[in-house]
Design a protein around this ligand. Sequence first.
Ligand code: TRP
Length: 337
Amino acid sequence: MNKKRIVTGDRPTGRLHIGHYFGSLKNRVAMQESGEYEPYILIADVQALTDNFNNPEKVRKNVREVVMDYLSVGIDPAKTTIYIQSMIPETAELTVFYSNLVTIARLERNPTVKTEIAQKKEIFGESVTYGFLGYPVSQAADITVLNGEIVPVGEDQLPLIEQCREIVRKFNSIYGDILIEPEAVLSKEKRIKGLDGNEKMGKSLGNAIYLSDTPEEVNKKVMNAVTDPNRIKKDDLGNPDICMVSYYHKLFDNKEEYENVCKECREGKRGCVACKKQLAENINKTLEPIRQKRKYYEERPEIVDKILIEGTEKAREEARKTMKKVKKAMKLDYFEN
Ligand code: TRP
């Protein structure tokens, strides 16, 4: 059976949190275990530099943090190839070739890029860099240099995959049918809200629980989570629909436990503190095996390095093959017979 090639990745700008866990990591592990795919995951350090060019230390440090997060949730290097984007120079080369096939106006229209530029005024001021505006082109190279067929993504990444598909079609129409047009597969889970109710969970917002948080950190964060503001005393009738603690109970409890939490809240039978304690306990129960696994790798950095070196070598081999075909198609194969 022909296994479908998956290419996906993350920018290494921070440790991964439970939003990543429910939004993408669980799905990646499930796809890996299904045996139907050949998954590649890239640590997108070059892309991370597009909006962190002035902070290379942050990007460097987080490469290993993200890899350890992957390994701790069950990404298995025997089944999934993990590699570092900057160590595949063919990607940078392909990005330059693709840059002729995409207009500036088209990049400026990309909704994801547009939103990000608006959010990153403190980095870019009034005029965005060429590198950031062009990161969809480099992402198209990430995917196609490895002949990715499937890209499992969250909703925010769809415009990037669409742009990649356009570049592929344009390339193939000019130079011949060389590239594979990838397909986005939307992860079923929706984005997980932050502990404060914000639509987005993230480091800058201080509303995230990290996979590598200690039990004490989890307890503290859960205690500060936002609950129904109208509920002041324990026997006030609560509304779990506007409570972040109940929102998280739904993610971490079994159905029966969750329904009971909501019922007791509505009836004013369970206080918020007890409710939070139980939630923290359940989160910690889920995180404990992940922490154990992470600790194993934290204590053995040489194993993490070996995984990255081997993964990168494997990905590079594939990238070299694609570039050979690309250069031939573009008449850049000067001394090949
Ligand atoms: N843009 C992705 C993110 O912000 C990271 C990424 C880089 C990626 N290259 C990719 C995702 C290729 C999928 C495929 O998380």
